[in-house]
Design a protein around this ligand. Sequence first.
Ligand code: ATP
Length: 261
Amino acid sequence: MGRPACLAQSPQLPKQMAICADFDRVFEIGPVFRAENSYTHRHMCEFTGLDFEMAIFEHYFEVLDVIDALFLHIFNGLTTRCARDLAFIAAQYPFEPIVAKPTRITFAEGIKLLQENGYPDVDPLEDLNTELERRLGALVKERYGTDYYILYRFPQKIRPFYTMPCPDDPDYSNSFDVFIRGEEIISGAQRIHDPELLVERATACGVDVESIKAYVDSFRAGAPPHGGCGVGLERVVMLYAGLNNIRKTAMFPRDPKRLEP
Ligand code: ATP
């Protein structure tokens, strides 16, 4: 058609469109390709994304409830059904089994915990860097005795434009990240389902509204409140097994330096 085009790499918008089409709950498992920031121990250029989206009836914690139940089921299944495989990993890379007690703390509580424990200058409205996330993970372990927890109610300005603002304070959002051993495995949120609010937020965030017209229009015939998340499979494996590099979780890890195979 003679127009510039890009190959969308996220199932985010299609998932939401499926919810608008009255699918109550949808998921996708597939490869994700990322060019950004892949020189760290936890980023690859290609990973397996587990995504789901669901209608919300009363509160976005319904999404968190599904995540907690899913991950407890996965952890339980790993210990009961995969003990032999875990022993193989532990023989080569010994690790402490994770302790997973579903725990939810607000971003503000997390910041306070950091401020009281050696980081008095942490900005309460900025995202945490890797060092702070790890430190927070250690503090949460100390206080709540768990390696798995959910941090929620992130500042609105550090989340994507389509994230639902908190009803009681628009500086915060109905969003969350899930952590294992102080590193992120999941990012998610309630999404804005009102087209007018979506346009307002996109404009405020400097997004060209014309470029997302099809997305916004998909909510115009009515959409239920909904939310969901994206999980990085190799991150989960790396952190569950206490590995120090995500490349150890993939047979042919793709990173910016691997040209072959
Ligand atoms: P990070 O802050 O760690 O870069 P992100 O906020 O960019 O992650 P999302 O775009 O929300 O992450 O993706 C959802 C999940 O996908 C992340 O929580 C993580 O588990 C996984 N993920 C994201 N980028 C990568 C990557 N380059 N390699 C492996 N897994 C990834």
